[in-house]
Ligand binder design. Structure first.
Ligand code: GYE
Length: 305
């Protein structure tokens, strides 16, 4: 210190930062891009990331979080597969003094001291954006029969995308959601549910799919039924991953609401700040846009995921 002050930051003697991350699974193109981005960001930052894939099961996530607590990692981050049922394990992390960061999806815990920050999209707004497009697209129609492919039951994006969409079309009686079922955010799920919808409903005007993958599955079902997706039946989805954007460029999907999976760099910032004893925003909302066919054609060449 006599030589003009010690260097407190970045010294080699700092205790190493270790983060435990519990991912939902690998259900969609969005999820794959999200995993890749997070792992890449931590690697680039030189921070150790313990990663586990819960294969869509809450019990696996709870096990992974407990194991991170036992290993005394510095920060736990996770993307909760469903919204409810986290209070017990989050209290265990709190008692152990380990800060928790929610990435991508929310929990419905009333006690917001159970986590430091929630980084991700506003899914209500996404649903509203899908609904706003539908209002415009069908401005001159008398009756519009809508079928909905919902995301994983109980997941924040499924709850909120359903809600936002309903809020947006609420004032217009001509819209009727004639069928709504979960396709679990997967392509196979979207295809299977759409096949069933087509069998029992001869007059579908619009598919609202909570993600691109289910929309892509619906396209297969619609084509197999001898109809033209994007023309005979309009399709609006959420995410804007490459395969979805390609289908939009090809006119098989009509509109996509963007949901960005690129959360890695911001997550690195948050855990580094927490580790250094700093404070972070409780809610960090991802910036997103929407895409028409022309915009998809323009954006596709530079699309990262
Ligand atoms: O939209 C979907 C994925 O939680 C925002 O999960 C995410 C959603 C995304 O399976 O494709």
């Amino acid at each position: 210190c006599a030589a003009g002050g010690g260097d407190e930051s970045g010294g080699g003697g700092d205790d190493e930062l270790i983060v435990g991350f519990s991912q939902v699974g690998a259900e969609s193109g969005w999820r794959t891009a999200n995993t890749k981005d997070i792992q890449g960001a931590f690697e680039e930052a030189g921070i150790e990331l313990k990663f586990s894939d819960a294969q869509g099961k809450q019990e696996n996530q709870i096990k992974a979080i407990r194991s991170y607590i036992q290993q005394q990692v510095d920060v736990i981050a996770f993307s909760p597969v469903v919204e409810s049922g986290w209070d017990t394990v989050l209290n265990e992390a709190k008692d152990a003094g380990i800060p928790v960061v929610l990435t991508d999806r929310a929990v419905d815990s009333e006690d917001d001291t159970l986590y430091e920050s929630f980084l991700g999209s506003d899914f209500i707004i996404e649903g509203e954006r899908a609904g706003a497009w539908v209002l415009e697209e069908f401005a001159d129609a008398d009756v519009v029969n809508v079928v909905e492919l919902q995301g994983t039951t109980g997941a924040a994006p499924a709850n909120d995308r359903a809600q936002g969409f309903r809020d947006a079309i609420a004032g217009e009686d001509k819209f009727e959601i004639i069928a709504s079922q979960t396709g679990d955010f997967t392509r196979a799920g979207g295809k299977q549910v759409m096949e069933a919808f087509l069998k029992s409903n001869p007059d579908i005007d619009l598919v609202y799919a909570h993600n691109d993958d289910m929309g892509l599955g619906a396209i297969e079902a619609i084509e197999a039924a001898g109809l033209v997706p994007g023309t005979d039946i309009k399709i609006v989805t959420v995410d804007a991953v490459k395969d979805g954007m390609q289908a939009l460029a090809d006119g098989k999907i009509n509109f996509i609401v963007e949901c960005s999976p690129l959360l890695g760099a911001q997550l690195v910032d948050i855990v580094t700040t927490l580790h250094d004893g700093g404070s972070v925003e409780k809610r960090i909302v991802t910036e997103e846009t929407t895409f028409t066919q022309e915009q998809a054609i323009e954006a596709l060449p530079d699309r990262q995921y």
